[in-house]
Write a protein that binds this ligand. Structure first.
Ligand code: UDP
Length: 358
């Protein structure tokens, strides 16, 4: 197939602004290239494609980034900067994609506009939905596409898909990771880890509190999206508990993350998947997570980590004491068997082929 993959309009690939979607894009594009498909990526100016996606063509657009829908209330209206990046992306798709001979467009952005365009567009547009319910307007437009032709939609996990009104059981594709990019680390240091955008829905304060209870430092990797929130978390625990490591490219992130005794994953929202859970497991790092959203489907209690009741920091701290029962090699093995790029690319290919049938 000749496919056009549309990135998020939040910012350039590689900047961290797109959150987990950037890694999803790299997995989808590299995996589909490997299966012999022809790929073009449409992304914000300044984007950098990962080395194994280099065979894809890159189309770039400039323009004001789309404000993240994540931090808007449930009743928030749809907002788009006039002539912003999102509008330019989709004008280009509508104007250039049909003549360029694409078989399909795969949208990875969680934005109202491409969903709304889908039933009337000349080219088939597919959506890999990257979040659960955030606003009523997004819920409605996703439900509209589902009612029109649900074959155009795929989700990462069952917990995520359950947020939406779907006439049929959802198509779940999980996510896919390049195992070669993560080195297995058999040994751990007395250090806990936390990875994610530093923003309230990610619940860093709970991981910090659990680390403080255990008397272990917590290394934090990720883009500080909300500095006021970051300062409040820092102030909530004894000095020295948090080690701020910044946003690192995957190669450096995995090298540092692999030294952790465990990853704490404490989302406050219905996390659609939880890339960082699988990235930690790929390094051999067990995961202690709340039984909520995607991470609850990824962590296999007793095999790759432990799940505790959501928002129960005492239980989380207690689970740190049981990390020694987890075999780090089993964590890596679970990723090899369940979340490789090859597995993801096969699922995406089957989804698109099925959806392209009349
Ligand atoms: N990440 C990274 N470097 C860092 C911290 C995070 O590349 O220092 C990436 C991480 O690999 C993951 C993404 O940021 O792919 C966060 O994705 P996740 O699905 O956990 O959450 P999201 O931000 O999409 O809500």
């Amino acid at each position: 197939m000749k496919l056009l993959v549309v990135a998020t309009a939040l910012g350039p690939l590689g900047s961290g602004r797109g959150g987990g979607v950037d890694l999803t894009l790299a997995g989808v594009v590299a995996g589909l290239l490997q299966r012999g498909h022809q790929l073009t990526v449409l992304a914000a100016e300044g984007s950098v494609l990962a080395a194994d996606c280099a065979a894809a063509e890159l189309w770039c657009c400039s323009g004001e980034p789309q404000p993240s829908v994540q931090h808007q209330g449930h009743e928030a209206l749809i907002t788009m900067p006039a002539d912003g990046l999102l509008a330019r992306f989709w004008r280009r798709v509508l104007a250039e994609a049909p003549a360029a001979g694409f078989d399909a467009v795969l949208n990875l952005g969680y934005d109202w506009l491409p969903f709304w365009l889908t039933p009337t567009a000349a080219l088939p547009i597919f959506h890999l939905v990257s979040m659960g319910s955030v606003t009523a307007a997004m819920d409605a437009v996703i439900a509209d596409v589902a009612a029109w032709d649900q074959r155009r939609l795929a989700f990462h996990t069952a917990s995520q898909a359950a947020d939406f009104a779907l006439p049929k059981p959802p198509l779940l594709v999980g996510n896919g990771f390049d195992l070669d990019a993560y080195r297995f680390s058999a040994q751990a240091e007395p250090l806990l880890g936390w990875v994610g955008r530093v923003a309230p829905e990610k619940g860093l304060e709970d991981a910090a509190a659990a680390a403080a209870r255990c008397g272990l430092p917590l290394a934090v990797w990720g883009l500080v999206e909300d500095p006021v929130y970051a300062a409040a978390v820092e102030a909530s625990v004894p000095a020295g508990t948090l080690q701020w490591r910044g946003f690192l490219p995957t190669a450096q992130l995995q090298a540092e993350l692999g030294r952790c005794r465990a990853l704490l994953n404490t989302p406050k929202w219905n996390e659609a998947y939880g890339n960082v859970v699988v990235e930690a497991l790929a390094c051999g790092v067990p995961v202690l997570a709340y039984r909520r959203g995607g991470p609850a489907e990824l962590v296999q209690p007793g095999l790759t980590g432990w799940l505790v009741d959501p928002d129960d920091m005492a239980a989380l701290a207690e689970a740190v004491g049981r990390v020694s029962l987890i075999d780090r090699a089993a964590c890596r093995r679970w990723v090899e068997q369940n979340a490789t790029r090859e597995v993801l690319a096969q699922r995406i290919e089957a989804w698109l082929l099925q959806g392209l049938q009349p």
